[in-house]
Design a binder for this molecule. Structure first.
Ligand code: PHE
Length: 444
């Protein structure tokens, strides 16, 4: 099945950075802190960590393994895991590809806002704050222009292919982002009001624990680790055979969760600092105002509070965030592009143009019907589709895929696998516990 001409990541570090690059993105810095702030802070954090550890990590191993076994786009990889079930497996791959495209269509809008904030900080830096206002003020033309700009950049990188495009961006910039986060977190702690946010984030109030919270935390965990949309199956197919998948998956999960945790540590206190400085964050009833754009209010308020250096820090921060969003968006676009190039034998450039064009059209429709569609598409894809597809993937790995093949596949990068605790637990876990846990979360 393996075709030697298929490109691969050139090193394990490169792959970890690319997979972590897919995982780390708006989900960590926009999704997670917003959800934590609207769902009781620390309680959300605890449930989220449980979801990552109990569900997302084992699922990540499953997706990467299918992809590496199949050595092909997700449609073909699923089919390889169950050759007799051609139709259901193809359907799963196709649905995954559609969901990945839909996620990209709202992701591009939010990432466009980041580009707006970036450009505005740049203009502020050179004393042209007034001219930059359009970029950060909500309007349909502004949302359209920024979304298209972001999508074109994403298309450009994906056109250049795996090793050159994705790996190069991820390896260089991810570490820088991490360091900047830590510095900003330390800064925000020195500000008045930060303590209140820190308390909300770290001291649990269990009266806030609701069944709805578990569903949100599960969706957020799958979103953040790029699961249930065939991204990790696709990336797995570019993974060299001698890589230890469980270990690599653990590292990716750890990096992603670490970044989400630190983002929360920065943004929840920053919210209360902004509130302390007179920015409206909560309504009278205590609910969050405009949760979609919360981060885009709180962060500039934080940079403003830094005085002269703030605009400069803002430029760097937003630039790094754009890149983090881009290493995620390229992974989403890679799913349909790899399917179309391999299944329909289209050239990479053509595939990128056609699929990118379709996604831009969908995204533009959302922009023009924002109230109606934006929240609905997010809900449909992240709360329902991702966990359901992930469930179908666990069922495939747990019940259908031949266990000897799984063992043989994993052993290539982990020769002592059979004697490890991982192999004693994981196959049963994916077979029984994961589906039950997911169904429980859904139906309680
Ligand atoms: N994990 C990415 C983030 O946190 C988003 C994403 C979802 C990427 C699904 C790929 C697939 O921003």
């Amino acid at each position: 099945m393996a075709s030697s001409s298929r490109s691969q990541f050139t090193s394990r570090f490169g792959f970890i950075m690319a997979a972590a690059g897919s995982a780390v993105g708006l989900g960590n810095v926009w999704g997670f802190p917003t959800q934590a702030a609207s769902n009781g802070g620390a309680v959300f954090l605890i449930v989220y960590l449980l979801m990552v550890f109990l569900l997302a990590f084992p699922m990540l191993v499953a997706e990467l393994t299918i992809g590496r076994y199949g050595q092909a786009n997700s449609i073909r990889s699923f089919r390889a895991a169950w050759p007799k079930g051609k139709v259901p497996m193809m359907a799963l791959g196709i649905v995954g590809m559609i969901v990945a495209s839909l996620i990209l269509s709202f992701y591009g809008i939010v990432a466009g806002w980041l580009m707006g904030s970036f450009a505005e900080s740049g203009l502020t830096l050179i004393g042209m704050k007034q001219q930059g206002l359009w970029l950060t003020t909500y309007s349909v033309p502004r949302n359209l222009v920024l979304m298209i700009a972001f999508m074109l950049l994403t298309m450009y990188v994906v056109r250049n292919g795996v090793a050159q495009g994705i790996e190069k961006w991820s390896t260089r910039l991810m570490p820088v982002l991490f360091v900047l986060f830590i510095v900003l977190t330390l800064y925000i702690f020195t500000q008045d009001g930060a303590l209140e946010g820190l308390k909300m984030y770290l001291v649990p109030d269990f009266s806030q624990l609701t069944p709805g919270l578990a569903v949100s935390a599960m969706g957020q965990a799958f979103f953040s680790l790029s699961l249930g949309v065939c991204v990790m199956t696709t990336y797995g197919s570019y993974l060299p055979k001698n890589t230890n998948i469980p270990k690599t998956a653990a590292q990716v999960a750890l990096i992603d969760t670490g970044v989400a945790f630190i983002a929360g540590l920065m943004i929840l206190p920053a919210m209360f600092v902004a509130k302390h400085n007179g920015v409206e964050i909560f309504s009278d009833s205590g609910a969050l105002l405009n949760s979609d754009t919360l981060v885009f209010t709180v962060l500039p308020a934080m940079f403003d509070s830094m005085g002269m250096i703030g605009a400069f820090v803002g430029v760097i921060f937003f630039l790094l965030m754009i890149i983090a969003a881009m290493t995620s968006s390229i992974s989403m676009l890679e799913v349909p592009v790899s399917c179309v190039t391999e299944e329909l034998k289209l050239s990479r450039t053509k595939a990128v143009l056609v699929i990118g064009g379709i996604i831009i059209a969908i995204s533009a429709t959302i922009v023009c019907n924002f109230q109606l569609l934006f929240g609905a598409v997010i809900q449909l894809t992240t709360v329902y589709s991702q966990p359901i597809i992930a469930l179908l993937i666990t069922l495939t790995v747990g019940w259908i895929w031949n266990r000897h093949q799984i063992l043989a596949e994993l052993k290539q990068g982990y020769p002592e696998l059979e004697n490890s605790w991982f192999w004693k637990i994981w196959p049963w876990y994916v077979r029984i516990i994961c589906p039950i846990l997911m169904l429980m979360v859904f139906f309680t």
